[in-house]
Write a protein of this length. Structure first.
Length: 146
């Protein structure tokens, strides 16, 4: 996570999400017995991207581009979590996961350079094809002239 921390401080981002984020809770599905029917453990965390201080316009644009599937109609970033049986644990995990998503979306991908196979690699491939072709050619029926 070292390269992520250099872009924006992760701990500051987590505290900012905790302050500015809107939490809503509902009943979760899955295992948990009677706990599932009684306790609202599923967490929905939404954060308005404009309220995240410390991000400039280009960074906000990158986040909106890369996380477009996680934006609602209001342009808020949302995440839903129901992994744990505890509301508090789900809440903490949602905040951490959102911080990680934001930091990962700010990493600029390196451009891919086109490469070609070397002359030796091409020759090796062609030699292999020749050998395979000769094997197949020699598989014909054997004629015995006695």
């Amino acid at each position: 996570m070292d390269n992520l921390d250099s872009i924006m401080n992760r701990t500051d981002l987590i505290t900012l999400i905790q302050k500015k984020g809107q939490f809503s809770f509902s009943r979760s599905g899955g295992p948990g017995g009677q706990n599932v029917n009684k306790v609202n453990t599923k967490v929905l965390l939404t954060v308005a991207l404009d309220e995240l201080a410390g991000l400039d316009e280009s960074e906000l644009l990158m986040i909106r581009e890369k996380l477009s599937s996680r934006l609602n109609s209001s342009g808020e970033l949302f995440i839903q979590l129901q992994e744990e049986r505890s509301q508090l644990m789900n809440r903490e995990r949602a905040v951490e996961k959102m911080a990680d998503l934001i930091l990962e979306s700010l990493i600029v991908q390196k451009k891919r350079r086109k490469t070609r196979p070397s002359r030796g690699a091409r020759q090796k491939r062609l030699d292999g094809k020749k050998i395979q072709g000769n094997k197949k050619k020699n598989r014909g029926s054997i004629s015995i002239d006695d």
